[in-house]
Design a protein around this ligand. Structure first.
Ligand SMILES: Nc1nc2c(ncn2[C@@H]2O[C@H](COP(=O)(O)OP(=O)(O)OP(=O)(O)O)[C@@H](O)[C@H]2O)c(=O)[nH]1
Ligand SMILES: [Mg+2]
Length: 324
């Protein structure tokens, strides 16, 4: 200060305001994002489940009430439709709370074909009410049909879905995506943490591959749209990733950050890339599950399903394993 000749100047700071400028996405970044989006769209459209064992993989969205499960389905559907749509009801009041089990097929706006995955949306987990833990094995094995109404009486109709005692491979869940909100994961109650850990233990026991979706990143303090390009390097996001890892035990590399379409009118490449990247990882996880699924069971399942192509694919893989 003295060197600058400022020693005599008395400066008093009474308030300190920190501003952060919303950085505009420049053209170069935008064209990179558009290219990345196109390559992700192409990979997902052309995805064929491992070994052709099923036509479409089923991804189960599981997580606390209000985490953004239904919004994630709406976001994926919006991207493939080419405009923002809201098929599933969402919201924080009871009208937007999911009470039925929904299995959503998504049509690609480009050619009107259904995409090779099904997003299965459940009732949210909560400390007292919400999804019944006893329902989870039924969901995983594929016993619940679309629009199944969860009920608190634990009465499950006999012969529900394909409940023949031997569920079909095509009907069961191939990947679970746990969904948490980035702005509340640090405040998950002890009961909720225990519930999630219990589900995770069960999944590990039955070899069901799972990943984590961290929604609501757009609402974290100090996050701008520009940050979403390199979101994993962003300090507020890193802190939340570490919180999920520490509290719930998920590997950091299995946690994917997204920002759902909830208030936007138009699609934005930066948001699309996050959502499509997470979806691509889910398809990979589903492949890991199919690859490790016991082959004998695969053949039985495929034959029961009268799916000749899947049965042939399964029989071929089985033969290649037993033939020296
Ligand atoms: N800002 C922001 N809001 C989100 C995001 N995802 C979801 N929301 C909002 O969070 C609220 C709950 O979202 P839902 O998609 O209904 O959550 P859910 O997990 O399906 O909730 P349940 O069906 O009750 O279990 C809604 O008001 C959404 O608009 C996100 O990524 N960012
Ligand atoms: Mg919902």
């Amino acid at each position: 200060m003295e060197k600058l000749g400022l020693s005599q100047i008395y400066i008093s700071f009474q308030d300190c305001e920190v501003f952060r400028c919303e950085d505009l996405l420049d053209k170069r970044k935008m064209s990179g994002l558009t290219e990345l989006k196109e390559s992700l769209l192409c990979a997902i459209r052309n995805y064929i489940p491992y070994g052709g064992l099923v036509h479409k993989v089923r991804i189960l969205l599981l997580g606390p009430v209000g985490a953004g499960k239904s919004s994630f389905f709406n976001s994926v559907r919006s991207i493939f439709r080419g405009h923002v749509t809201n098929q599933a009801l969402v919201g924080s009041d009871p009208t937007g709370t999911s009470e039925k089990y929904r299995t959503y097929f998504i049509k690609d706006g480009k050619d009107n074909n259904t995409l090779p995955f099904i997003l299965c949306d459940t009732m949210g987990l909560s400390e007292k009410e919400g999804l019944d833990m006893d329902d989870i094995p039924y969901i995983l094995e594929g016993h619940f049909p679309d629009k199944y109404q969860f009920n608190s009486l634990k009465l499950r109709p006999k012969g529900i879905g394909n409940h023949t005692g031997c569920p079909l491979l095509k009907d069961r869940i191939h990947c679970v995506a746990f969904v948490f909100s980035a702005n509340s994961v640090g405040q998950l109650s002890h009961e909720m943490v225990e519930k999630i850990k219990r589900i995770r233990r069960e999944l590990i026991k039955s070899d069901v591959v799972h990943v984590v979706l961290l929604t609501h990143v757009d609402t974290l303090d100090l996050i701008t749209k520009g940050d979403l390009i390199d979101v994993y390097k962003c300090v507020p996001v890193k802190l939340q990733l570490e919180a999920v890892h520490r509290k719930l035990g998920f590997a950091l590399s299995d946690i994917f950050v997204v920002s759902n379409y909830t208030s936007e009118w138009e699609l934005e490449p930066v948001i699309d890339v996050l959502i499509l990247s997470a979806l691509k990882e889910m398809l990979r996880a589903a492949d890991d599950f199919l690859e490790n699924f016991p082959l004998e069971k695969t053949v039985v399942n495929a034959l029961n399903g009268e799916d000749a192509a899947a049965a042939a694919a399964a029989a071929k893989s089985l033969q290649s394993c037993v033939t020296p």
